[in-house]
Design a binder for this molecule. Structure first.
Ligand code: TGC
Ligand code: FAD
Length: 387
């Protein structure tokens, strides 16, 4: 069925011609290459590897970075890519977020010229895959407590620790590992073939099933001196990467919500109960209108967020508020869409159940909903409430 992307306030006009073209190209890719198979991948718990070179050819990996084979498009263009990819599946957007915002970005922003030359063109083409190791079994919301450590050895560093819930972990060629060196958080580019490095997949997920999630174990992994990202020190290193990825996730969540609304509207118009289509009942109309309102608000918010980023005025707490708003909005809409589809909503013949489950992870990763509440709470009151 044709996809009627909701645009109730003519927000299309606010995007540049180039941004609309990028969005439409990715929309078509999702229609032709992602949607036909994503349900099967979700059921089987597999990632569609065949899409990686396609993403590379289309410039979807690290698209807003400049040079080194990257497309150099606007942040808003990057956001719209995320919106369209997540309309397909959060796991697909996650793959691109991790590759572009969490691995390529720190190399681009904090790496040496040699590191940029070595990794970025290969990663932009999708020939090399990366993962981002920040979270540990006992340190999720509070990464500053991390136990992974790096110590100086002759010619390099020895890294020891465990990272958990790492997207792309077992399919990555290189892992950005955040570890404490002399008590300060530092980033290391660790080739995953290095002796002592093991990646084990986490199975049994109810969510993001079409995405690889792994545990990384580093047992005395020795890397050379040039594995260290030289130009950043402290937690602001990984948190800056998270700001890039969270920005894309706000748009991605809007895409998932738009997919669920589209499915719910068309189902409600077709499904007859009692005397007419359920779309003709006031209670169903209210749910649909609530969706239109929430999605329209979020579309305006993401458009503005993009322009703030382009002007260099964006703040981390604005990104936190946007992530909190958009993901929570999409999670509510996925659940309401599932409700409108009745029993059919719990089957894999429809997509809203898959989005509903995926959005549970999106609600939690990249800073939980409540961590973003506390970030904005601190910003508006001046008082930190984390501890
Ligand atoms: P705090 O003292 O507030 O900050 C330490 C330094 O970092 C700076 N900073 C930021 N910089 C850039 N962007 C941000 N968002 C920043 N937030 C803070 C800050 O200015 C400071 O700099 P400096 O120069 O003064 O040292 O740090 P804290 O330890 O109190 O932590 C604050 C808190 C709780 C908000 C932070 O730890 C946090 O965000 N926790 C959530 C952890 C998280 O989001 N983990 C995500 C892991 S990766 C992931 O989930 C990938 S999912 C796959 C996918 O993307 O699809
Ligand atoms: P916890 O931090 O234990 O939080 C549990 C609950 O306590 C939450 O509701 C939280 O909001 C609440 N809470 C915690 N602290 C406070 C507080 N101070 N005040 C009030 N409430 C609080 N990490 C990576 O590093 N790289 C990845 O690629 C990656 N990919 C992921 C993929 C998936 C599918 C998932 C599910 C997670 C991924 N993560 C990744 C990890 C993710 O970032 C963490 O799960 C997240 O940061 C939350 O940490 P936690 O799960 O340990 O929860």
């Amino acid at each position: 069925m044709a996809y009627a992307a909701l645009d109730y306030f003519g927000i299309d006009e606010l995007y540049t011609h180039e941004e609309r073209m990028i969005r439409d190209t990715v929309r078509e890719l999702v229609q032709s290459r992602v949607l036909p198979s994503i349900g099967k991948h979700f059921s089987a718990g597999t990632f569609p590897h065949e899409l990686i070179p396609v993403f590379g050819e289309m410039g979807l990996l690290g698209p807003s970075l400049t040079g080194y084979g990257c497309a150099g498009i606007s942040p808003t263009g990057y956001g719209l890519i995320c919106q369209e990819l997540e309309r397909g599946d959060s796991g697909i957007r996650s793959f691109c977020s991790v590759q572009g915002s969490l691995v390529m970005y720190p190399i681009w922003a904090f790496g040496s010229e040699e590191q940029k030359q070595k990794y970025l063109p290969e990663m932009a083409a999708g020939r090399m895959i990366g993962c981002f190791g920040l979270t540990e079994p006992d340190f999720g919301s509070n990464p500053s407590g991390m136990l992974t450590t790096a110590t100086r050895v002759s010619g390099g560093y020895k890294i020891t620790g465990t990272k958990r819930w790492i997207t792309n972990g077992s399919i990555a060629h290189v892992a950005v590992i955040w570890a404490k060196l002399d008590g300060k958080v530092r980033g290391f580019l660790v080739p995953t073939k290095t002796p002592g490095f093991t990646a084990r997949d986490i199975h049994g997920k109810w969510s993001l099933r079409a995405s690889v999630t792994s545990e990384l174990i580093l047992e005395d992994v020795v890397v050379p001196e040039d594995a260290l990202l030289p130009n950043v020190s402290g937690l602001k290193g990984p948190l800056s990467c998270l700001s890039q990825a969270r920005f894309g996730i706000t748009y991605g969540a809007v895409g998932a919500a738009m997919a669920c609304y589209d499915e719910a509207l068309s189902y409600a118009k077709d499904r007859v109960q009692f005397s007419r289509p359920i779309a003709g009942y006031q209670l169903v109309q209210r749910k649909l209108v609530d969706m239109v309102q929430a999605i329209t608000n979020a579309q305006l918010l993401t458009w503005r967020l993009g322009r703030l980023k382009e002007s260099g005025k964006i703040t981390p707490s604005q990104i936190s508020l946007a992530k909190r708003n958009c993901v929570s909005m999409a999670r509510d809409i996925a659940r309401d869409a599932r409700d409108i589809l009745g029993a059919n909503g719990v089957t894999d013949e429809y997509q809203c159940g898959r989005h509903m489950l995926n959005l549970e992870s999106v609600f939690t990763y990249e800073g939980t909903h409540d961590i973003h509440t506390l970030v904005v709470g601190q910003d508006v009151t001046g008082i930190a409430a984390f501890e």
